[in-house]
Every structure is written in structure tokens, then in C-alpha cells.
Design a protein around this ligand. Structure first.
Ligand code: GLN
Length: 232
């Protein structure tokens, strides 16, 4: 099985995109850190192997997983029916929402509804649930797809966008680091995060991941707050 292979190799390879605080971001030493990285480390510890983190573009994660470049994805990764066609998901370990970031002064979008977003120029991270939501549900929007929501936030602050749609805690992290931006309290979606493994051939790894997630359940809230404070 996969777990035997991982133990033989002596390493568990995590695929992530370290531009998504507090779940994964580059720390002061420029190394990926965050909630998902700490959970992944616990999974590696459980297996008795070292953790290797591969930091890559978000839209490359599933191709990399299915191409054998890593053992699993942890990336604040939302469970969707479409993704369930190409990966297997672990148990969920966090709840999130898509939220709307605007400029504090003279916001170009009046609130966080589909109607408010209609016809606006909206920044998203390519391939995310925020991208899919805006592209599919918002009428007449110009969707600008970025490699990261952090970059989109900069363009919003520079007046190149009307709003950015991104997950709740990354949105709050971006706003905490940019005095000219704010985020509406109302939400567009509710989503669950889980880790993803290669479909149909990773059941033994999934079992280990789910055991670690169950063991850590009571700690994830504190871990999330710690990394949120650390980034902000
Ligand atoms: N939760 C969103 C998704 O899964 C965004 C994840 C991310 O940007 N890392 O699409």
C-alpha cells in the first residue's frame, strides 16, 4: 500500500500553495508554515517519516497529486462534488466562507451579495471555489484570476479591482495587513476544508490522516488563532 511506500521512502510529501494565511504562508524564515503544515507534520510524525513540503501554484495541486509528485494536498482545500470526481477527501477539519473584500474609502461594491457583485471587476485566486462562485453565479462580472488572493488584494488597494472574493480567514489576514481594505461580515458560501489524496489508491494513508485529524480536533481552533495572529 501507499503507507508502506511512504515508510520505505522515509518521507511524506505535502502539496500546498503557501499564499493562504493562516492555513499556509511563508514564515519569517521564508519556509511554509501554518495550520495545514502543522497538521501535516503530525501526520508525518504518526508515520515516523520526515515531511517534505512542495509549495506550488494552487491550480497545479491536483495535476501534481495525480502525477505522483506528492502524497496529499493540504491547502485550505474545499470539498466539492466536482473535486470528488478526481480526488478522495479526508474528514473535514474546518469550516470557511467566501467573503468580499472592498476598499474602506468609497467601496465600489455595496455589500456581499451576488446582486452587489453583478457587473463589477472582481479579483479571485485561479481555480478556487471563490473563482468558481464568481464565474458561475455573478452576472456580468469581469473576473480577474490571480496566482494568489494576496496579489489580488494589492490590486484592489491600487484601484484596479472593485472587490476580491476569497475564503474568510485569508480575507481577514489580507485586510489586517492593509489599512485601506475591509471585509464585509456577510458571506457568499459556506464550505468545509479537507485534505485530498489520490483517488482509489490511498485508503491506508487516508486512515492515518483521519486519525490525526480526530486526535487534533480540539487543538485546531487554537492553532488557527496562533497562525492568524502570527501572520497579521
Ligand atoms: N478553499 C478554496 C478552494 O478550495 C481556496 C483554497 C486556496 O486558495 N488555497 O478552492
Amino acid at each position: 500500500g501507499l503507507v508502506d511506500k511512504i515508510k520505505e521512502a522515509g518521507e511524506l510529501v505535502l502539496l500546498t500553495n503557501a499564499q493562504f494565511p493562516p492555513y499556509e504562508y511563508l514564515g519569517d524564515d521564508n519556509q511554509p508554515t501554518g495550520v495545514d503544515i502543522e497538521i501535516a507534520q503530525k501526520i508525518a510524525d504518526e508515520l515516523g517519516v520526515k515531511l517534505t513540503v512542495v509549495d506550488m501554484d494552487f491550480d497545479g495541486l491536483v495535476p501534481a497529486l495525480n502525477g505522483g509528485k506528492g502524497d496529499f494536498i493540504a491547502a485550505g482545500y474545499t470539498i466539492t462534488e466536482e473535486r470528488q470526481q478526481s480526488v478522495d477527501f479526508s474528514d473535514e477539519y474546518a469550516t470557511s466562507n467566501q467573503m468580499v473584500i472592498v476598499t474602506k474609502d468609497d467601496p465600489k461594491v455595496a455589500g456581499a451579495t451576488v446582486e452587489d457583485l453583478a457587473g463589477k471587476t472582481i479579483g479571485v485566486q485561479l481555480g478556487t471555489t471563490g473563482d468558481l462562485f464568481v464565474s458561475d453565479e455573478v452576472e456580468g462580472a469581469t473576473v480577474k484570476q490571480y496566482k494568489s488572493a494576496i496579489e489580488a488584494g494589492m490590486d484592489l488597494a491600487n484601484g484596479k479591482l472593485d472587490a476580491v472574493v476569497v475564503d474568510k480567514l485569508p480575507a481577514q489576514s489580507i485586510v489586517a495587513n492593509n489599512d485601506s481594505l475591509t471585509v464585509y461580515d456577510d458571506v457568499l458560501t459556506t464550505e468545509q476544508y479537507a485534505m485530498a489524496v489520490r483517488k482509489g489508491e490511498s485508503d491506508d494513508l487516508l486512515e492515518v490522516i483521519n486519525k490525526v485529524l480526530a486526535d487534533m480536533k480540539g487543538d485546531i481552533q487554537d492553532l488557527t488563532q496562533k497562525h492568524f495572529d502570527q501572520y497579521s
